[in-house]
Design a protein around this ligand. Structure first.
Ligand code: FAD
Length: 373
């Protein structure tokens, strides 16, 4: 069903919400959530294999999975047991979620975030503007990252949660129902790729939710909050890119084996054969990088962070180049909307921007190298 409809959804720029809710209710959109909360309790390797499969069919559905998983992971990591029991079953029960960090002036540099969260009695009030939030158009729950605005919230929340109020605890992640008064969700018009993933900007204008929606009940350092959420997103995107590469490899190989020019199948012309070899190397290398990173997650290895950045960087770059190569092999046959390699080409390019752009990944990898020198 997903493979057959992916192109139509891409052209329409929308996914059937019933399908998303159905996948969500089966726990498929965040399969790493423990079974106790209605998930499948998959480890990173198994969740990755599933993500790659979905990514090979439709990057928009895979993007929605990544967002749902990122929201669930943030809740798993930072929420109190009561909050986990309140929110996770909703994410495995058919409700949809998105995670909002980025702002117009805070893209690569999330420390420039200006969304403010202030405590007011038993509630918190959010003001700010998030941009390009994947799946926000479909979401029932928004996990919003912001800076806490007042000492009162920090002091009260810190003492309640027993977290201490050390300097640098400047941010919170808040679960905001999308239908809360003051929330306005506006679709990003005509995205280059993943066109049906429901990217949207979110305005938060005096949005009031119970203080129990602040994950963990306390402020934390912004880098800790966003890096934790992004690490999940990176792993998911990396596996999604493996899926893009597999789809492209299959399409390119099939075309090169069957279409003839100059009296021979394309694949027998050495320059085309080289394209196939390069695509194969790209898919295998990305797969190995993802397998290694997932192993690090599953073993709790200290290498997990750098292995995840490496996997994301390798997979996204390989997918962008690999999809371009696939279009080259198919030429006019793959140069139109309606062909999976054309869609892959657009989708893959965006993977070099999100969850840490190529440049941000390179800077993180360079810092790792310098740190271990
Ligand atoms: P900028 O930060 O302005 O960067 C522009 C270019 O400059 C990039 O190439 C960048 O790598 C480079 N650059 C910036 N600083 C440096 C530096 N110090 N050194 C070297 N190079 C640098 N946000 C969310 O919160 N939630 C989502 O679900 C989400 N989904 C997204 C989905 C898509 C398809 C896209 C396109 C974006 C999404 N975003 C989301 C936003 C995304 O996280 C940002 O686009 C990304 O962080 C880059 O920020 P920017 O676009 O503002 O680019």
């Amino acid at each position: 069903m997903i493979a057959a409809e992916a192109d139509a959804w891409d052209r329409a720029g929308t996914l059937p919400v019933d399908l998303l809710r159905g996948l969500g209710a089966e726990g498929r959109l965040c399969a790493q959530v423990p079974a106790a909360y209605g998930g499948w309790g998959l480890d990173s390797a198994a969740a990755g294999a599933f993500t790659a499969h979905v990514g090979s069919l439709c990057s928009s559905v895979r993007s929605v999975m990544t967002s749902q998983g990122m929201a669930a992971w943030t809740i798993e990591r930072f929420a109190t047991p009561e909050q986990q029991a309140a929110f996770l079953p909703r994410l495995t029960g058919g409700e949809l979620a998105a995670a909002g960090f980025s702002e117009r002036a805070a893209g690569s540099d999330l420390s420039a975030m200006t969304t403010r969260v202030r405590r007011d009695g038993d509630t918190v009030v959010l003001d700010g503007h998030k941009v390009w939030v994947t799946a926000a158009h479909y979401a029932d729950l928004l996990v919003v990252f912001g800076k806490y605005a007042e000492d009162a919230f920090h002091a009260e929340a810190g003492s309640e949660a027993g977290s201490g109020a050390a300097g640098g605890d400047d941010a919170v992640a808040v679960v905001v129902p999308a239908d809360t008064p003051g929330v306005r969700v506006t679709r990003v018009a005509d995205p280059l790729g993943c066109r049906a993933a429901g990217h949207a900007d979110i305005s938060l204008d005096g949005v009031r939710v119970p203080a129990t929606h602040v994950l963990g009940g306390a402020a934390l350092p912004l880098p800790l909050l966003v890096t934790t959420a992004l690490a999940y997103g990176r792993m998911s995107v990396a596996w999604g890119c493996v899926g893009i590469l597999r789809g492209c490899l299959t399409a390119a190989a099939r075309h090169a084996a069957t279409r003839e020019q100059f009296g021979a199948p394309l694949g027998e012309h050495q320059l085309v054969a080289r394209h196939l070899a390069e695509l194969y190397v790209a898919e295998r290398t990305a797969t190995r990088a993802c397998e290694h990173a997932s192993r690090c997650w599953d073993e709790g290895s200290p290498e997990q962070v750098v292995a995840t950045v490496l996997a994301k960087h390798v997979s996204a770059g390989n997918a962008a180049r690999g999809a371009a190569t696939a279009v080259q092999v198919l030429a006019s046959a793959g140069a139109q909307d309606g062909h999976p390699v054309a869609r892959a080409h657009r989708d893959a390019k965006l993977m070099e921007i999100i969850e840490g752009s190529n440049e941000m990944c390179q800077l993180m990898l360079a810092r790792h190298v310098l740190g271990s020198a």
